[in-house]
Design a protein around this ligand. Structure first.
Ligand code: ADP
Ligand code: ADP
Length: 231
């Protein structure tokens, strides 16, 4: 993992009377899982998308490790950041293998390197490569789609993993399994994870630290689950 520093991040969408995210600063340690939890509309996704350069901040800086990535080329940034979203975000016209291969290919991996990596990633998320390799997303269950989404996000071995309600669209039992899997993965891989949810129980279960957000992503509390539960 790598450290992440958010310095006074603000985002005002054009035409909105008030900013969606206002003056957010946060220091995230290498290898920790930080959960952003808060009500719908409080700016969690906007914050995550600014880190991933899907949205330009109106002001403020973002550092990953010792590098300022605020103006970094998005393709270069994909070597540093994996991104997994609700409903998996898989491309429906591509097979499982093609979806997972996307970012390694984009960042210049060799053909054989990519092929091996796809198998390794499917194993990692508990899907048999021989069975799932050639399937299309619509031929998978919701939980399997989310697994492939996580495999894709991890495929180029980025130090940082951003997850936006990744288990929001699956049934409660599958969700519980996927949460356990993520905890197992995290023990193995030590990525720096920023995970967005509106589910407080999920935050408590998965977080090393939890940022409780209010409107415009104002940080009400930023602490360990134990400390937050006793306050
Ligand atoms: P959350 O992820 O916590 O639900 P979002 O970051 O999606 O919150 O949204 C924060 C605020 O910004 C909301 O008021 C939302 O309506 C607004 N917003 C989000 N995306 C856009 C956009 N593309 N244009 C204008 N307003 C937006
Ligand atoms: P949405 O339209 O739901 O907001 P996004 O703009 O967040 O979707 O992302 C578009 C697609 O690009 C998604 O399928 C997402 O998974 C993928 N994507 C975005 N950033 C990355 C990244 N850093 N690594 C891998 N895939 C990414």
């Amino acid at each position: 993992g790598a450290t992440i520093q958010l310095e006074n991040l603000t985002k005002s969408y054009p035409g909105s009377p008030s900013p969606a995210v206002e003056d957010v600063s946060m220091d995230i340690k290498a290898g920790e899982t930080v959960i952003l939890v808060g009500p719908s509309g409080c700016g969690k996704s906007t914050t995550l998308k600014m880190i991933n350069r899907l949205i330009e901040p109106t002001s403020g800086r973002i550092r990953i490790g010792d590098e300022d990535v605020t103006d970094m080329d998005p393709v270069k940034l994909r070597r540093k950041i994996g991104y997994a979203i609700q409903s998996s975000g898989l491309f429906p016209h591509m097979t499982v293998a093609e979806n997972i291969a996307l970012v390694p290919k984009m960042t210049g991996w060799s053909k054989s390197g990519v092929k091996d990596r796809v198998e390794e990633m499917l194993d990692l998320v508990g899907l048999d490569p021989r069975e799932f390799h050639g399937r299309y997303p619509r031929q998978l269950s919701g939980g399997q789609q989310q697994r492939v989404g996580v495999a894709r996000a991890l495929a180029a071995d980025p130090p940082v993993l951003l997850m936006d309600e990744p288990f929001g669209a699956v049934d409660p039992i599958t969700r519980d399994h996927l949460q356990d899997e993520l905890i197992r993965l995290q023990h193995e891989l030590h990525k720096t994870i920023v995970f967005v949810t509106h589910d407080f129980d999920e935050a408590i279960k998965l977080g090393d630290r939890i940022a409780v957000l209010r409107e415009r992503s104002h940080i009400a509390q930023f602490d360990t689950p134990e400390a937050i539960l006793t306050n």
